[in-house]
Design a protein around this ligand. Structure first.
Ligand code: SF4
Ligand code: SF4
Ligand code: SF4
Length: 363
């Protein structure tokens, strides 16, 4: 962990200082929606709307890396944009940069240690009791009841690659922000903010205690998913109730293809093809290729899955998609000793694959 300082700034001062002292053209963060119930990732172009800004609201209406990819993919913004990202969103962004789907130019990345989010449908801004209980859990370094299973088992909840990191876990909401500035851009920002970086603050022991709880939960989740995946029928049974809506791929930050292969003409069949398959099997469930879609998606992007939970959040039939992708993805990542989004200098294994690698799997 980088040196942390007690900035003496509360959140509203910090947000205003981004415009006043860092002269950013926009701040990208979660904002309350007019309905007053939900929040959405939003670009604020001046200070006037910041009272609606709720950067730590524990929901993920979209993986923000997708939004930042859209903002930067064609060309870098002409002026600096300060971007709030959760650690898994930042890791997804790092993966997208590796495949040239996003750029860091003129972005100031602000991230924080993350206590997780609730399923999007299950949290509203008006849920005071739930939000208070969540805040209690944050300040004591515990998993809050009701957060998504992948969040409760997320061991990579501290930011990697941020310019400014905010320490949340172990602190109450009304305390001044504890900040660190791990990058050169961040160091410059600290100077512009006029912060005294000589008075350092110790990391809260709550971070360690949350890490321990998460590790235990991750082991339990891995065991449970491995058990349900075992046997020839494991995967088929898990995706039994899948309705092939493909929503899980549409929201995945790593599934960036504009025209998904599985929605392409390749998967449009003539009747004869259905008759052949039907005759071979006796019956044929429609639509076809349900499990193939998931296997294909796993092979396309599993190595870069950052276990953000978006796919599971949107599944209309409650399939634990992200728990499966987290577990299966981790296995593929371990083979290549690769942690997605951990280090921007680590090349993607499938791009750096050497001819003589993994020979042990050839026979
Ligand atoms: S997976 Fe959950 S806990 Fe982990 S960084 Fe993302 S939102 Fe936070
Ligand atoms: S597969 Fe699911 S958990 Fe993994 S990165 Fe995509 S949306 Fe996130
Ligand atoms: S979101 Fe759920 S139902 Fe839709 S394709 Fe994915 S797993 Fe199947």
């Amino acid at each position: 962990m980088e040196t942390m300082i007690d900035s003496r700034m509360i959140m509203t001062d910090f947000l205003a200082a981004l415009f006043d002292k860092l002269d950013v053209a926009a701040v990208a963060a979660m904002s309350k929606l007019p309905s007053g119930e939900k929040a959405a990732y939003t670009l604020f172009t001046d200070k006037s709307g910041l009272k609606e800004c709720v950067p730590f609201f524990p929901a993920m209406p979209a993986n923000a890396a997708r939004a930042i990819s859209k903002l930067t993919r064609e060309e870098a913004p002409s002026k600096t944009v300060a971007v709030f990202l959760r650690p898994c969103e930042l890791r997804a962004l790092t993966e997208l940069i590796k495949i040239k789907q996003a750029s860091l130019d003129n972005l100031l990345i602000i991230s924080y240690d993350c206590s997780g989010v609730f399923p999007f449908q299950k949290i509203n801004l008006s849920d005071e009791t739930k939000l208070n209980a969540y805040q209690d859990a944050v300040s004591t370094g515990k998993n809050s009841e009701g957060i998504r299973p992948v969040c409760a088992a997320c061991t990579r909840f501290t930011p990697r690659g941020a310019d400014i990191a905010i320490s949340i876990v172990g602190r109450s909401a009304d305390q001044p922000l504890v900040l660190s500035f791990p990058s050169e851009k961040g160091q410059t920002a600290a100077k512009q903010l006029g912060l005294d970086v000589s008075k350092t603050v110790e990391a809260s022991p709550a971070v360690e205690s949350l890490a321990r709880e998460r590790k235990t939960a991750e082991e339990a989740l891995t065991e449970q998913v491995n058990e349900s995946l075992s046997g020839a029928q494991g995967l088929v049974n898990i995706f039994d109730r899948c309705i092939s809506c493909h929503a899980c791929s549409y929201v995945c930050p790593i599934c960036y293809c504009k025209n998904c292969y599985f929605d392409s003409q390749t998967f449009e069949y003539f009747p004869e093809s259905y008759f052949t398959r039907m005759t071979a099997k006796g019956t044929l469930r429609m639509p076809v290729d349900r499990v193939l879609f998931h296997l294909g998606r796993l092979s396309h992007m599993g190595i870069s899955c950052v276990a953000c939970g978006m796919c599971e959040d949107v599944c209309p039939v409650n399939i634990p998609v992200s728990q499966i992708f987290k577990t299966a993805g981790s296995k593929a990542q371990a083979v290549f000793d690769y942690i997605p989004g951990e280090n921007s200098d680590d090349p993607l294994p499938l791009l750096a694959y050497a001819e003589n690698e993994l020979e042990e799997f050839e026979d």
